[in-house]
Design a protein around this ligand. Structure first.
Ligand SMILES: Cc1cc2nc3c(=O)[nH]c(=O)nc-3n(C[C@H](O)[C@H](O)[C@H](O)COP(=O)(O)O)c2cc1C
Length: 200
């Protein structure tokens, strides 16, 4: 199959992207400082963009009614949390993508426990094995209708002790979830370890 990108409409372009860029890690983002309701949504256009300082980002697409709650909260409050779910949290993670109005909280609806963060006013998910407190850095808009890439600087990690081995986050204990195309997910498959190369 050959596809000329200039022939694709937005929906077809999206299908090519989510089929090609797989599997994707998922940022499970809490946003909205009190008195706003705590917002929760998953974003799989997620990666880190700087090693030191630690900075990460994800793309928030526009919906027909305008910008999503997550990006409005992040820009208003200057902070957000990226929580990493373990595979036992998949149903909640998926359910949290439901579009609720800005006055409703996905966290309350799903009855998820939260804990205060240390440096920011946005709570984290207590049961997520990893939570990263982030201070908003910038938004990069790619077109008036396309996605907006939101970047934050990690100011603290909260990591459950039971996923730590010798001071490092242990992927096999973490049991992360990845997103595939459509409402499909994967968990860890076979892990292969090779000898590290100089400079590699
Ligand atoms: C696993 C998963 C990954 C998602 N990734 C993205 C993404 O990268 N960008 C995006 O704009 N929406 C993504 N969505 C959809 C949002 O989660 C959804 O639009 C959500 O309602 C946004 O919430 P908000 O309006 O409270 O910000 C994803 C949904 C799921 C289930």
């Amino acid at each position: 199959m050959f596809v000329d990108a200039s022939t694709l409409d937005p929906a077809a372009t999206y299908r090519m992207l989510v089929g090609s860029v797989v599997p994707r890690p998922i940022a499970w983002v809490t946003s909205g400082a009190a008195p706003k309701p705590l917002n929760l949504a998953p974003f799989s256009s997620f990666t880190w963009v700087s090693q030191h300082p630690a900075m990460l980002g994800f793309t928030i697409n526009r919906r027909s009614g305008g910008r999503k709650d997550t990006i409005r909260n992040i820009e208003e409050d200057g902070a957000f949390v990226v929580n990493i779910a373990h595979e036992g949290m998949l149903e909640s993670l998926h359910a949290s993508s439901e579009w609720l109005g800005p006055d409703e909280s996905e966290v309350s609806k799903l009855e998820l426990a939260t804990s205060d963060c240390t440096f920011i006013a946005v709570p984290r998910l207590t049961d997520a094995p990893v939570s990263m407190e982030c201070v908003y850095d910038r938004t990069i808009a790619f077109s008036p209708t396309g996605g907006e890439f939101v970047v934050g600087r990690v100011v603290a990690w909260h990591v459950h002790d039971d996923v730590v081995t010798e001071g490092r986050i242990d992927t096999e204990l973490l049991r992360p979830i990845a997103r595939l195309a459509g409402p499909r997910y994967s968990t860890l498959g076979t892990i292969t370890e090779l000898v590290p190369l100089p400079g590699g």
